[in-house]
Design a protein around this ligand. Structure first.
Ligand SMILES: CC(C)(COP(=O)(O)OP(=O)(O)OC[C@H]1O[C@@H](n2cnc3c(N)ncnc32)[C@H](O)[C@@H]1OP(=O)(O)O)[C@@H](O)C(=O)NCCC(=O)NCCS
Length: 147
């Protein structure tokens, strides 16, 4: 099941930080997840097996009027490739579009074939290249989704 995170999920910040670290997603520590969960412009979607259980994955956005930015996205390593990531993104995009979001941007490593495939399947398009964006001189693609 996928749900929008609430303040109650601050208790899961450590688990979210561990998922991000293990998956090599954008590394936010426990405190950063706590801060993000309190931010009015942040929307975090969690995937769990049952209500109130520990999350298996998350996708985070910051929303500014009709624009949103995907800021972090990961599924627990042992649970990857079971379509949880696709379900999370599908739920989040539907939710955001229903709230009037018209444009979503994100950055993805040029080397992250799986994430790029998922984003492309949902209609994100590459709009530019950000050279040396990540550690180790790895480039990022800026991708855009328009409603
Ligand atoms: C990216 C991520 C969130 C996706 O979640 P997931 O649950 O593993 O993904 P899903 O199972 O929903 O979908 C995987 C899809 O990619 C495909 N895939 C798997 N490995 C692939 C690869 N190396 N290259 C291209 N496609 C690949 C699968 O076949 C599947 O496609 P399908 O739906 O057509 O069968 C997750 O893998 C993750 O946490 N990765 C590490 C962190 C990360 O890269 N975050 C995104 C940063 S921008």
């Amino acid at each position: 099941m996928i749900e929008l995170a609430t303040q109650k999920d601050i208790s899961h910040s450590e688990i979210l930080a561990q998922i991000a670290k293990d998956a090599h997603a954008a590394f936010w520590n426990k405190e950063q997840f706590e801060e993000e969960l309190k931010l009015a412009c942040a929307q975090i979607f969690l995937c769990r097996t049952q209500a109130n259980k520990e999350p298996l994955g998350f996708v985070c956005f910051r929303v500014y009027q009709d624009e949103a930015e995907l800021t972090n996205f990961a599924v627990k390593v042992q649970e990857q490739n079971k379509h949880f990531g696709t379900e999370l993104l599908s739920f989040a995009l539907t939710y955001l579009l229903n709230k009037g979001v018209k444009k979503i941007t994100l950055e993805v490593s040029t080397q992250n074939a799986k994430a790029k495939k998922i984003y492309t399947d949902f209609g994100f398009k590459k709009v530019s290249l950000r050279e040396n964006f990540y550690e180790g001189g790895i480039d990022a693609e800026l991708m855009l989704f328009t409603a």
